[in-house]
Design a binder for this molecule. Sequence first.
Ligand SMILES: Cc1cc2nc3c(=O)[nH]c(=O)nc-3n(C[C@H](O)[C@H](O)[C@H](O)COP(=O)(O)OP(=O)(O)OC[C@H]3O[C@@H](n4cnc5c(N)ncnc54)[C@H](O)[C@@H]3O)c2cc1C
Ligand code: FES
Length: 335
Amino acid sequence: MPLIKIADSNIEFVCAANDTITRAALRAGLGMPYECNVGSCGTCKVELVSGAVESAWAEAPALSERDRLKNRVLGCQSHPKGDCTIKVRIAEQYLPMHPPTQFSAHLSLMRDITHDIREFHFETTQPRAFLPGQYALLTLPGVRGQRAYSMSSVAADVGTSTWQFQIKCLPGGQGTAVLFDQLCIGDQIGIDGPFGSGYLREDSPRDVVCIAGGSGISPMLSIARAMMHSPEMTMRKLYFFYGGRALQDICGEAELRELPGFAERLFYYPSLSSPEAEWRGHVGFVHENVLTTLGRTAADFEYYFAGPPLMTQATQRLLMQSKVPLTQMHFDQFY
Ligand SMILES: Cc1cc2nc3c(=O)[nH]c(=O)nc-3n(C[C@H](O)[C@H](O)[C@H](O)COP(=O)(O)OP(=O)(O)OC[C@H]3O[C@@H](n4cnc5c(N)ncnc54)[C@H](O)[C@@H]3O)c2cc1C
Ligand code: FES
């Protein structure tokens, strides 16, 4: 198997032929920088000092012409053709608590959440752990590349053999076409995970705010489920904001109502941006509802958010303007 060396250090790790440099490093327990794992963000860029790689997605949007001229490659798309030396700065913030593994799973249940969001349950043969709020990469039959989906369930420490996801159907999308129109109960897929740094920090002393737009509901439900059952967090409150366009998009409340502490220390605030006349709740984008509803200094809270890139970027901007330190914001963008 190819050996990958990190220049100017004594760090090296092996990378299997079907693996990528980024994921092989994470499997080896190294803090290799990354965010999306699907070629869109550019966080995983490394400089190729020696050796050669083959890109799984040569046209990936995160790699510019300038990068190519400087011999930079996307670690998340790079399969080494032999031994390589790379230049990259390993960082503690990317250290995987549960190093990712590849396994197969079969579809055991599907249920509609809204008109365009569906919950999928995949069963594995043995329990595997992930942190609340993390995501996995699904290999779907006939789809080029993998697709990232955040788990809506909980599986800390002892792990789980059921990985649950809430997924929004994207018109014209290849991956969601297979998930919504082709996969049948019992069908096998490949899962690789867990990944991501937008996970619940149980040791924070602050109350928690979750902000979800559209399919961002999935990781926020995982965080809410873990938090409301955590013996470490019984004194923390959770303010859960959800945003959609119209009434048919509203979701999340039924699952939150099943949790201990609903309406006592767990509160749900839906927003609609283009509501029907009968809507009596907040009108506007979800992030616009947060600070006025909380009514306290923004920096008093720990924030988790997920959803379309425009929503997560607007949320991050708002929190930064409100002097919330970056260390209190946790998210992985849905590219
Ligand atoms: C960290 C993260 C978490 C996410 N969590 C959720 C979630 O919980 N629920 C949800 O509904 N959506 C989630 N998404 C979005 C999801 O991954 C898909 O982008 C979305 O479902 C559309 O996929 P599609 O295949 O239908 O669309 P398409 O337009 O066919 O594909 C779009 C996505 O696939 C990637 N892609 C396309 N071609 C290739 C290729 N050849 N090789 C590799 N990658 C390729 C793109 O980077 C893009 O991310 C998440 C995304 C990220 C990055
Ligand atoms: S482009 Fe590789 S992690 Fe986002």
